[in-house]
Structure formats: C-alpha cells, structure tokens
Design a binder for this molecule. Structure first.
Ligand code: MN
Length: 232
C-alpha cells in the first residue's frame, strides 16, 4: 500500500548542542499557570485545577539560538500577543503518571512563545466557542533548541523573561508557577495517554501584550538560552 498524497514531514525541534531532532507528536498548553497572569486575564489565581488547550504540532516554529528569525504576523488579527513560556518535551509517555515519577518522563526543556490572536481568543471566550482560531495560528509556537534534562536537570526556579525592542515586558520566576511541571504531566496523563514526542507549554507570567510588524522579541529562560524573533 502507498499513501495517496505525500506524507507530511513530522514537526520537529532541534536539540541544543547537536544536530539531533526531537519529533513532535502533540502540543498541550496550560492556561493561567502564574497567579499574576491569571489576575490580568480576569481569573482567580487560587489553585483551581489547571486547564489545557492544544496547538497544532505543525504550528511550532523551530528557532535556533543566537540568530534573529523572522516570525510571520498572522492574518485576521489586530491584537497579536506574546506569551513567554517554558516548553517541556516528553521522552516517555503513559497514563495516570504519579507526580513523584512525572519528571522521569521529560526529555528536555526549551524557551517558547505561545503566540495568540488575542482578539479572536476573546471573541471565542465571549461566544463560548473553542480557542483554535486564537491559539492555533501557523507559526504560533516559536520554540528554541531543547536542552536535555540529562544535561541541566529539571529547572524549577530561574528567571523567565520577554523583551520587545529591548524593553522588558514579562519577567517572573519559574518557581511562580501555580502547577509545577510534574503536576502538569500527572494531571494531563489522567485525561490523555501521553506519548514520547508530546510537548507541553507550561504557562505564561503576567505582562502579556501585543506586537506589531518590525518589532523584535527576545524570550529567555535561565539555563535554556534565548530566542530572537522579528515580527514580519
Ligand atoms: Mn499560554
């Protein structure tokens, strides 16, 4: 048997310091996982259960360290927002993974952006519609090289920041997360069977805002390097 159309190339992220690639299966994103951001979005930052949405795996935009990459401004929005996030890549999957074992499933970590057509997301919220038009735009998940946990361990503290044209817009500490990476993995695995290749965007701190064409975003996380994107 043969495929009736060409098989798409699987989405993949580069591994830092090597020519290896990490193939991406699914992309889960956690919402409102830093208290101050939950408040700025009109939510209650108490420890309610986390909630998740997904991005298409092929919406990820691999971004090498140390070079400014063009990031296309998507159609149909007048309010395109940055959200700096730590990205977690899973080497092992499973169901009902206990929190105490969850980090054993992690391959590595990277700097990522959950780019969002905020006007479309807000419209969807108002109409009680799903979020794909807001969250799933092509290229809406720029991600830097994955740094293996075997090299740096599991970052649980450290500065996460985003600047636009040199001005700091988001700055927080990974330890400000409401739900830890281990808790996110455990929680997700109670709803889905996780698998190698799954990727989790672990939420953004406060300070989200819009960018326009020509602006340069620099996202950085201690130990994971930085990514540089020019909105075009
Ligand atoms: Mn987000």
């Amino acid at each position: 048997m043969t495929y009736v159309i060409p098989v798409p190339t699987p989405p993949a992220l580069p591994v830092a310091g090597s020519s290896d690639l990490f193939p991406v299966r699914r992309v889960y994103c956690v919402g409102r996982n830093y208290a101050a951001h939950a408040r700025e979005m009109g939510g209650d930052p108490t420890r309610e259960p986390p909630f998740f949405f997904m991005k298409p795996a092929d919406a990820l935009q691999p971004v090498p360290n140390g070079t400014v990459v063009d990031h296309p401004y998507p159609p149909k929005t007048q309010n395109y927002h940055f959200e700096i996030e730590m990205v977690v890549a899973l080497a092992k999957g499973g169901r009902d993974i206990p929190v105490s074992q969850a980090l054993d499933h992690v391959f590595g970590y990277a700097v990522g952006l959950d780019m969002t057509r905020r006007d479309l997301q807000d419209e969807a919220k108002g109409l009680r519609r799903p979020w794909e038009l807001g969250k799933g735009a092509d290229y809406s998940g720029p991600v830097g090289p994955l740094v293996p946990a075997s090299r740096i361990g599991h970052p649980q503290a450290g500065v996460i920041s985003l600047t636009v044209d040199g001005v700091v817009r988001q700055k927080a500490d990974l330890s400000d997360m409401i739900w830890s990476v281990a808790e996110q993995i455990a929680y997700l695995s109670s709803y889905f069977e996780l698998a190698p290749g799954d990727v989790i965007f672990s939420g953004t701190p406060d300070g989200v805002g819009a960018v326009t064409q020509g602006q340069v975003m620099v996202g950085a996380i201690d130990g994971l390097g930085e990514i540089n994107l020019r909105v075009v």
